[in-house]
Every structure is written in structure tokens, then in C-alpha cells.
Ligand binder design. Structure first.
Ligand code: ZN
Length: 62
């Protein structure tokens, strides 16, 4: 599973996210990536899969 790092614009913390499932552009469902700390929707995209978000451990934050 490929994980990426995103940064929340609202609280400024970083979190990991991954996309799972059969992903292709233009899927008919919109998935939101919500900040695991404050719940802000950081981004959303049309995908056929799912977006999971994870908190970073403290020592992983940059
Ligand atoms: Zn946040």
C-alpha cells in the first residue's frame, strides 16, 4: 500500500494517507480526506477507491 503525506491547512499538522481499492480517475464517488486531528476536509477527489488517513507519530513530523 502506498502512503503519502499531506498537510492540513487548518491546523498545520501532517498526516499520512493512502488510497485503496480499484483506483481510476473519474470514478463516480467523491472521497474526502479528512484531517485526523481536527476533522477538516483537506482534499477530496473523484475515485473508485477509498482514502484512508492516519495520524503521524510525533517523530515522523517534519
Ligand atoms: Zn487539521
Amino acid at each position: 500500500m502506498k502512503t503519502k503525506i499531506a498537510k492540513c491547512k487548518k491546523c498545520g499538522r501532517q498526516f499520512k494517507y493512502s488510497e485503496t481499492g480499484n483506483i481510476w480517475p473519474g470514478g463516480k464517488d467523491r472521497e474526502d480526506a479528512d484531517c485526523p486531528y481536527c476533522g477538516e476536509t483537506v482534499f477530496s477527489r473523484m475515485t473508485s477507491g477509498f482514502i484512508n488517513v492516519y495520524k503521524l507519530e510525533d517523530d515522523e513530523e517534519e
